[in-house]
Design a binder for this molecule. Structure first.
Ligand SMILES: [Ca+2]
Ligand SMILES: [Ca+2]
Length: 481
């Protein structure tokens, strides 16, 4: 069902993005007209116009000043009646009842103390005086903070299970696929295991808990899975495990080393791994498909050609980097690229994406948070987290729905370097920089469109309009009762 209405929602989103003005939007009128009489006019002054239009009094909204609701024979008659009354000079105004597209202006700023430094979520000029390179998280959070029924699997080098800003969102201890048979628990094993704890925080650190940072999906669940150093067997089984554990999104901030990439995609992704990834994308979530996100390389090289990266797989969303000023060029690129997300490019020394760090002396530095995270390792979990928000709002979306929404609602940043084609695609920026607010707005619009029409005018007639003066409504010729 949702897919049937995407065309409408996305067309609306695209029209808005391309600057189509409100004048181009034709409001949907009902058969009712709101009339306020001119100061010296009486009800009987209006009766000739009403008779001509085959209209009648529906309700008195307020007796003084006299404001009434008039019902015409049809919406078109209502519009004509309103014009006639306006021209008569006997009304202060006469306007048809109309429905215009609305948007919610909700904005949620979490109380986490380090949120103010999370420029990728809300860029207020933390890096440079100019703002803008962010994913509009607070506006997106006006729709949802995420749901604990949505699980994001983090395939990495483990996640600190008892980190105070992650623990509330940890789905389970997860599993370690670097050994065979796999071991219970995906916590870090060695000092170098510090990457996954930071990736998990970008996607789903607990938000609004007055502590540390907020993930982009502050109420989603994290399923930690340790794969760094796994064999093809371990990786394939890790994907199957994630699906079996109910993962909705699988985020991957890893790829194969340059020496492996140089030998081509087949050297990295053999039939066993490809089967596991493709099966998760196709058959996971009860057939709706799991969204699998991969960060592209941090080197600015083609990831999609002869030396294609694992992110070039058809069933994977390949994510590159855009910087705090919405500039591209800081990561891998190519025809397989889907999106970019804001993260400190590796070549820049600017402030990074603030996220969780293994507590205390462990991890990147002494302390529980790390301000220097970045690259595609930060970009991929941002996209995964936005997908988590979308599924929190609308759990039935398929993988194809998610991809379409994320791509069609992305912002076309840095057009001079991206050179987007007619379909909005660029080999340097994919479909653009992900925008959480626009993606959620599209889903919210679609939900409203998919719900049974309330048939507002008729419901008002049979259930009683919210008008105090309904007792004086003329009802004699209303055959709908
Ligand atoms: Ca927090
Ligand atoms: Ca630390």
């Amino acid at each position: 069902m949702p897919r049937l209405t995407w065309a409408l929602a996305l067309a609306t989103a695209c029209a808005t993005a391309s600057g189509t003005g409100f004048d181009d939007v034709v409001p949907a009128a009902t058969d009712r007209v709101i009339v306020r009489l001119a100061p010296h006019a009486t009800w009987s002054d209006l009766e000739p116009d009403l008779r001509n239009a085959n209209a009648r009094l529906d309700a008195i909204l307020t007796p003084a000043p006299l404001r009434v609701l008039v019902r015409a024979a049809s919406p078109a008659d209502g519009v004509r009646l309103a014009d006639a009354l306006e021209a008569s000079g006997r009304v202060a105004y006469a306007v048809p009842e109309t429905f215009r597209p609305m948007e919610l202006r909700g904005r949620h700023v979490p109380n986490d103390p380090l949120f103010a430094a999370q420029w990728a979520l809300d860029n207020t000029g933390q890096v440079e005086p100019t703002t803008g390179g962010d994913i509009d998280a607070p506006q997106g959070w006006g729709y949802t903070l995420g749901s604990p029924t949505v699980t994001i699997a983090v395939l990495d080098d483990g996640v600190q299970l008892d980190h105070p800003d992650l623990e509330p969102n940890i789905a389970s201890a997860g599993r370690d696929f670097t050994v065979y048979p796999p071991a219970e628990g995906a916590q870090p094993r060695v000092a170098a295991d510090r990457h996954g704890t930071s990736v998990a925080g970008i996607a789903a650190a607990r938000g609004d808990n007055g502590r540390g940072v907020s993930g982009i999906c502050p109420r989603c669940r994290i399923l930690p899975i340790r794969v760094h150093g796994s064999s093809n067997l371990g990786i394939a089984e890790a994907f199957r495990y994630a699906v079996a554990q109910g993962a909705d999104v699988i985020t991957n901030s890893w790829g194969y080393a340059p020496s492996v990439r140089a030998r081509g995609k087949a050297a990295q992704v053999d039939a066993a791994v490809r089967d596991a990834i493709d099966s998760a994308a196709r058959e996971g979530r009860g057939g709706r498909g799991v969204l699998i996100v991969f960060g592209m390389t941090n080197e600015a090289v083609d990831n999609c050609g002869a030396h294609a990266d694992i992110s070039a797989l058809e069933s994977v969303v390949a994510v590159g980097v855009s910087d705090h000023g919405d500039r591209i060029g800081g990561s891998g690129f190519g025809a397989c690229m889907d999106l970019v997300a804001p993260a400190k490019p590796e070549r820049l020394a600017t402030p990074g994406n603030v996220t969780t760090d293994r507590t205390g002396l462990d991890g990147h530095l002494d302390g529980d948070y790390f301000e220097g995270f970045g690259g595609t390792s930060a970009a991929a979990p941002l996209v995964a987290g936005v997908a988590g928000l979308l599924l929190s709002l609308h759990p039935d979306l398929t993988r194809a729905d998610l991809v379409r929404i994320l791509e069609h609602t992305a912002d076309k940043i840095d057009p001079a370097h991206a050179d987007y084609d007619a379909a909005g695609f660029s080999t340097r920026a994919g479909f653009g920089r992900v925008n959480a607010a626009r993606a959620l707005e599209a889903v919210a619009e679609d939900r409203r469109a998919a719900e049974p029409s309330p048939d507002y005018p008729h419901r008002a007639r049979t259930e009683g309009a919210p008008v105090a003066a309904l007792t004086v409504v003329e009802r004699a010729d209303d055959d709908s009762r």
